[in-house]
Design a binder for this molecule. Structure first.
Ligand code: AMP
Ligand code: MG
Length: 414
């Protein structure tokens, strides 16, 4: 880490690596208990183990007849139906003997002695007899007890973020409550003499604070809690006071005031608070002046990471997505997820300039495997109106100035 003056514009991938290093030094502080139904988006602080075998019994995956596969060596085979197994039911008779079958439903336990299930479609029933027209292999259409997970084994590891598949598994394991990490608190500080609250009537050269709202939405979508601070003017003393207030949270996001303008005072104010800067610019557009660092602990606490995001609304949105997420994951107790670009076919030719990795607001069209992407006409990184029409960013590598219609390009979903 170093002072702002010593750090240069980092290539995008290096900036991202730097964020991941900061993320590795961040962690949640405590643990809390939440109801299963309230746990979506939270991160597990304990393992979830199987309280019984999954499945707990040899489960039929079809409606049909439970059989002994060896009885179907010669076809058609006639078997005697000696009972029925419905879902939730139990078998009271003797194990199936040679030449016997049991009617069975999806989700029912295979009766003892049976080693396969023939689908009902391949059978004809006449009274107590069923005629089977197709052979089955031993084990077919039955999931053995414990095949998915053994009783006592780990189903979910600590650090897992809970989405619907994980909730289903926790429910199946009988967990009505889960120990999770607290949601990180993220302070949001918008700066700028021209910026006024949304409810205020802006003067002719003032603009309303939109960044605090886009950021709060992005923070909440990332599973964290947004703490909005009042707008900071471009003056050192009040800026310092608000930065200190923000440093009481787990992560401080600042928008505006990080460029090279005469009144861009955020870096100076942070430096005076003892900040260590990891980078003070990334070779990207929008978002080039983005700043990452940490303010050393006061009174034994962990250092507080901060991200200074350029004030242009689209820059703020893009740099949050590129740089805030790994730190938020780590503060939430989850392993930081890699940033993954997907691919789509470019709809029309695109020209830009080389030198920066560009994230251009873009729109997807088509469906299934025929997805196309097209950059949206915009007036640059202040153009919220265009970006509100976007559903992704088209990622242009720094060495490309021409992209041709029809080629596969990288996209980052919004
Ligand atoms: P700055 O990064 O402070 O140089 O600001 C860059 C541009 O973003 C300027 O046009 C600002 O007016 C605008 N801007 C800064 N902060 C905000 C905000 N909170 N909401 C909307 N626009 C902003
Ligand atoms: Mg400003």
């Amino acid at each position: 880490m170093s002072t702002p003056a010593q750090t240069a514009l980092l290539p995008f991938v290096e900036a991202r690596r730097a964020v991941e290093r900061v993320a590795r030094q961040s962690k949640p502080a405590a643990v809390e208990l939440v109801a299963l139904a309230d746990s979506r988006g939270r991160v597990l602080a304990e393992p979830v183990t199987a309280d019984r075998d999954f499945p707990p019994f040899p489960r039929s995956t079809r409606d049909g007849y439970a059989v002994r596969a060896a009885d179907l060596a010669r076809l058609p085979a006639k078997l005697r139906v000696v009972g029925e197994m419905r879902a939730g039911g139990s078998w009271t008779g003797a194990p199936l003997a040679a030449g016997q079958a049991a009617e069975i439903m999806t989700g029912a336990a295979a009766p003892p002695g049976a080693d396969a299930v023939v689908m009902i479609e391949y059978t004809t029933r006449a009274g107590e007899t069923v005629e089977v027209a197709r052979a089955v292999a031993a084990g077919e259409n039955i999931v053995p007890a414990g095949a998915e997970a053994r009783a006592g084994s780990a189903l979910l590891a600590p650090g897992t973020r809970l989405a619907h598949p994980q909730l289903a598994l926790a429910a199946a394991a009988g967990r009505t409550e889960l120990r999770v990490f607290p949601r990180p608190r993220v302070a949001i500080l918008s700066t700028g003499d021209e910026v006024v609250e949304v409810a205020a009537q802006p003067g002719p050269h003032q603009i309303r604070n939109s960044n605090s709202y886009s950021l709060a939405a992005q923070v909440e979508a990332a599973g964290a809690v947004a703490v909005q601070l009042p707008i900071a003017p471009d003056q050192l003393e009040p800026l310092r006071r608000l930065l200190l207030q923000g440093l009481a949270s787990d992560l401080l996001l600042i928008t505006g005031g990080v460029s090279v303008g005469k009144y861009d005072l955020v870096e100076q104010a942070l430096a005076e608070l003892g900040a260590e800067f990891v980078f003070t610019g990334a070779a990207i557009q929008p978002g080039r002046p983005a700043v990452l660092g940490r303010v050393p602990p006061r009174s034994g606490a962990d250092p507080v990471p901060f991200l200074g995001l350029p004030g242009n609304p689209v820059s703020t949105m893009v740099t949050f997505q590129l740089f805030a997420r790994p730190v938020l994951d780590a503060l939430s107790g989850a392993a930081p997820q890699p940033l993954r670009f997907l691919q789509a076919r470019l709809k029309s030719d695109l020209r830009t300039k080389t030198g920066l990795t560009r994230f251009l607001p873009a729109r997807l069209s088509g469906e299934f495997e025929n997805v196309e992407v097209e950059a949206i006409r915009w007036q640059g990184s202040g153009d919220m109106a265009s970006t509100a029409q976007a559903d992704c960013y088209l990622v242009v590598p720094p060495d490309r100035d021409t992209l041709k219609a029809g080629e596969l390009v990288s996209i980052l979903l919004l």
